[in-house]
Design a protein around this ligand. Structure first.
Ligand code: ATP
Ligand code: MG
Length: 578
């Protein structure tokens, strides 16, 4: 908890930095508001003791006291309202800034981070946990600070009026704190259960939408509906339990206490000989007691909220501390696209190597194919070439420049990737090809034509402006691959990586894509992974990976001549099955 508190404080401080002026002003006005609130009963007491009881009817002064008492209360409310607005605005701006910062940070985190990350948790860091900062500002700064100032001010005023009575009132503090503490202990299980059940509800909805085809096809909708109903009902009961604790314990018990305290104060007045002077004090005390209990409850109630928020804020801070990539502003760029790999070894975990001592030269403008069994390390090799991971040993150079020395922007602008799972945004066909690069319609169309996607895009009802649905739900898998190819080509890369880009395309379209790749020959270095060997049959060189090592390498014809070679066997098997 301690280190978390410091993390939360560190984050709050950095979030509040641009708002320092608002913060200081807000707190100052809050102190003033509390002072005004304490002042009201004092004025009332002066009215009673100095004018009403001695029958000393000085009307102008009496009217001034009444007005002063009313005005101070009114001004306190107004000030408090304005400060709540100010602090809430500040809190919301901080949340907005923080959320952008966190999202921006997540976008730049290295791939290795996402191998272990859990999507739901990351989403909650960016959306919910950032909100905790708002809670901290409003709950801690506003409610707790305001309440503390009111309590301290009231106690000082009471001590000033009659310190004996003030001591009687103080006796109430531990009792109120005990009641609220007990209440929270009682309601905490219901609160946390309600929270758990709510995320369970979220998870169930998300899961069933994601797997809707399977759900409907396997006739599981009724079962899911029933399961959802159960969770939902459990959530209802948990919430009800929370309310029950509140209704039974909190208000009635505390109101009871209030009444007992009033009785004690009045009794202690009765026990002493009451001078006419003291009636005003009684009035002031009765007003103060009403005002001191609520802040006390508020402060105590905020503690568990405070704990939650501190934990959330600390989690956000921890995510922000997660090491991002070193930003690479070097100006070396890719001009030719020649790739040289030397003695490359890599494993996702250092103890489990995936690639072993790999060496390979890909001349600029050539077409290399990579084949191999599932899990042999083909996609891993691409990930290294794309700088998603760093190799444990060995080196990769492009145009003779070490990979790490090429500037980020220049690097991303010169390589294109068609990944193994085509990823489409819930956006139009045009936006999916453009990907925010600001390409012209001519460039987008040229890329789509080269990828043989132009035809089917034009056949969509709004052509390039047709929304493709979430993850490209409106397209066939092969069509998604063609869009992904168009997207990669639209960037006019010097090096193009294709990871199983043709696995879901029919043979006829595949041939068209093959022609498209052939047209790029000589201008763009192409490294293509393919299970379907026809895609890379014409490659300048085919590399056969086996358990992370290069087992065979050469043109199609030369590989076919290796007796009992891996490539030969793969090729024969495919020919047979077709
Ligand atoms: P496929 O033809 O099925 O796509 P591949 O040759 O592309 O296979 P890779 O994805 O490179 O295979 O995986 C090589 C090995 O690395 C596999 O054993 C896999 O379990 C492991 N691996 C892949 N990605 C990760 C990851 N993100 N974290 C840990 N291990 C991984
Ligand atoms: Mg792969």
């Amino acid at each position: 908890m301690r280190s978390e508190t410091w993390q939360a404080v560190a984050l709050l401080r950095s979030a509040a930095r641009p708002e320092r002026r608002h913060l200081v002003l807000g707190v100052c006005w809050l102190i003033l508001a509390a002072g005004l609130e304490v002042l009201g009963p004092l004025l009332g007491k002066a009215l009673i003791d100095n004018y009403l009881l001695p029958r000393h009817l000085d009307w102008p002064r009496m009217v001034a006291l009444v007005l002063g008492s009313l005005l101070s209360g009114w001004a306190a409310s107004l000030l408090r309202y304005l400060q709540l607005l100010r602090l809430a605005g500040l809190a919301m701006r901080s949340v907005r800034r923080l959320r952008e910062q966190v999202y921006g940070h997540v976008l730049r985190l290295p791939m290795a981070f996402f191998d272990k990350a859990i999507t739901g948790q990351l989403v909650s860091r960016v959306t919910n946990d950032t909100e905790a900062v708002k809670t901290l500002y409003i709950q801690v700064l506003f409610v707790m600070l305001d309440s503390s100032i009111v309590i301290v001010g009231t106690m000082i005023a009471m001590a000033f009026l009659d310190w004996h009575l003030m001591l009687i009132v103080s006796a109430l503090f531990p009792v109120v704190i005990a009641i609220v503490w007990f209440y929270q202990r009682w309601s905490a299980p219901a609160v946390s259960r309600a929270r758990e059940l709510r995320s369970e509800i979220n998870a169930q909805v998300a899961e069933s939408i994601g797997g809707m085809t399977v759900l409907q096809a396997s006739n599981a909708t009724l079962r899911f509906n029933a399961r959802f109903g159960q969770t939902n009902e459990a959530h209802y009961h948990a919430r009800l339990g929370e309310l029950r604790a509140n209704a039974w314990l909190l208000r009635p018990a505390l109101d009871m206490l209030n009444i007992m305290l009033l009785a004690a104060v009045i009794y202690s007045f009765g026990a002493h000989p009451v001078g006419a002077v003291e009636a005003g004090i009684l009035y002031a005390f009765v007003s103060y007691i009403g005002r001191v209990i609520d802040p006390l409850i508020q402060i105590t109630l905020q503690f568990s909220q405070l704990q939650q928020s501190v934990i959330s804020t600390a989690r956000v801070n921890k995510l922000l501390q997660e090491a991002g990539p070193e930003t690479n502003l070097l100006d070396a760029r890719i001009t030719q696209g020649a790739v040289a790999i030397r003695h490359l070894s890599f494993g996702y975990a250092a103890t489990q190597p995936v690639l072993h001592d790999l060496s390979l030269n890909v001349p600029a403008g050539s077409f290399y194919g990579i084949v191999g069994h599932t899990g042999s390390g083909k996609s891993t090799l691409l990930s290294l070439l794309l700088r998603f991971y760093h190799a444990q040993s060995g080196s990769i150079e492009i145009d003779g420049i070490p990979l790490a020395s090429i500037g980020d922007t220049a690097f991303r602008a010169s390589v294109g990737l068609v990944p193994q799972d085509p990823f489409l945004l819930a956006a139009t066909a045009r936006e999916n090809i453009d990907m925010g690069r600001g390409l012209t319609q001519t460039e987008i169309e040229a890329a789509a034509r080269a990828a043989k996607a132009h035809g089917f895009i034009c056949a969509l009802e709004q052509g390039y402006d047709t929304p493709l649905g979430e993850g490209g739900a409106r397209l066939s898998t092969g069509q998604k691959q063609l869009i992904a190819i168009a997207r990669a080509l639209a960037g006019k890369p010097r090096i193009l990586f294709l990871d199983e880009a043709t696995s879901h395309i029919d043979s006829e379209t595949e041939q068209v894509v093959q022609t498209a790749l052939a047209e790029l020959r000589g201008q763009v270095t192409i490294i293509a992974i393919a299970h379907r060997l026809s895609t890379i049959r014409d490659a300048d060189r085919i590399i056969v990976l086996n358990h992370g090592r290069i087992a065979e390498s050469g043109s199609h014809d030369s590989l076919m001549e290796i007796p009992a070679g891996i490539y030969q066997r793969l090729y024969m098997l495919q020919q047979l099955s077709e």
